[in-house]
Ligand binder design. Structure first.
Ligand code: 2NL
Length: 344
């Protein structure tokens, strides 16, 4: 019986040693230490033994049982440790692998241009102001020296909501409103970016809705040379330090005198080419000294105050700066167009 127990122990320990999974190990435990296992069998048969043999075999059986149980426990711990190790290894993240790029959006070209222009004028002390796109006839026209029946209203034919309410045709009403609202009639130095509307047929250079940025500087002793200095700085910062500006006489109902500003053509450096239609110059914006009647209507005494104003189309600025050939590209939002202007 002693030999039988020793053989069982040897056999069981070998099986424990050979087990490679927790399942196999559990099978060994059931097979050798279970209620129907061989050791239980031996202990059950002890009744047949002599008085002297009983304690000896009993002790040995318990020892064998203990040894097998210990071996199973220690094997179990080592299998569990190995499994954890394997899992940790499989689940590690290799942070040195190249990352997967996530597609990101960015500002629309028109937004970038408007913000760039805003920044340049903020740098010269201008405030940025916005106002309503639905306007009254008074602020859109009358306050800007365009009385009812004025022929220049035809150039800015708009979308009317009622006889007296319309979609604004320029951002000037924001400036007229601002001047009007200032009780103390202090100096004004502002730019107004925003959407404007005209009843136009859309083509490569016209759109019924487009963007405008207007500027206004009203103070004592504001002169034409101030206008020229500010616009020259703007042109050089926007298009390059090598650009020259030129002012040509023009007409706007809200300014007197009025001018149009050109910059020297970057492509031919003023020599004349197809971009500047052989003139060496490219038209950028309109400007002038604020008409005394406009100042007066806004509550500023034109004998004390003077001012300059200008207006430009950011679409046109962007088209010239980046060679965009159709204004409709700004509104159709083809991602292939927009993607080209995403700054890194
Ligand atoms: C253009 C020309 C211009 C103004 C806008 C203005 C505003 C006030 C008073 C006087 Cl409140 N003038 N704005 C002046 C001259 C020209 O815009 O070609 N824009 C695209």
């Amino acid at each position: 019986m002693k030999e039988q127990l020793q053989a069982l122990e040897k056999e069981a320990l070998q099986k424990v040693d050979d087990a490679t999974s927790l399942k196999e190990l559990q099978d060994v435990r059931v097979a050798y230490l279970g209620k129907k296992g061989p050791i239980t069998e031996v202990l059950r048969g002890m009744g047949k033994l002599s008085k002297e043999e009983r304690p000896v075999i009993g002790e040995l059986a318990n020892k064998v049982r203990g040894n097998i149980a210990d071996a199973i426990d220690s094997k179990k711990a080592s299998i569990e440790a190995a499994e954890l190790e394997k899992q940790l290894e499989e689940e590690t993240i290799d942070v040195t692998l190249p990352g997967r790029p996530v597609p990101t959006g960015g500002p629309h070209l028109l937004t970038s241009i408007v913000e760039e222009i805003e920044d340049l004028f903020i740098g010269m002390g201008f405030e940025v102001r916005e106002g309503p796109e639905v306007e009254t006839d008074y602020y859109n026209f009358e306050a800007l020296n365009l009385p009812k029946g004025h022929p220049a209203r035809d150039m800015q034919d708009s979308f009317y909501i009622t006889e007296e309410i319309l979609m604004r045709t320029h951002t000037s009403p924001v400036q007229a409103r601002t001047m009007n609202a200032l009780e103390d009639k202090r100096p004004v130095k502002m730019i107004c970016p925003g959407k404007v509307y005209r009843r136009d047929t859309d083509d490569a250079t016209h759109s019924h809705q487009f963007t405008q940025i207007e500027g206004l500087y009203v103070d004592k002793n504001v002169r034409m040379s101030d206008l020229k200095g500010v616009l020259d700085r703007f042109a050089k910062q926007m298009f390059g330090q090598g650009r020259e500006i030129r002012l040509r006489p023009s007409f706007f109902p809200f300014t007197e005198p009025s001018v149009e500003m050109d910059i020297s053509c970057k492509v031919c450096n003023g020599e004349g080419c197809s971009v500047c239609k052989q003139t060496g110059w490219i038209e950028i914006l309109g400007a002038g000294m604020v008409h005394p009647r406009v100042l007066e209507m806004a509550g500023y005494d034109p004998k004390v105050y003077s001012g300059f104003a200008f207006g430009m189309g950011p679409e046109r600025i962007a088209m010239l700066k980046y060679g965009v050939d159709d204004i409709r590209h700004f509104y159709t939002n083809d991602i292939r167009f927009l993607k080209q202007y995403h700054q890194a």
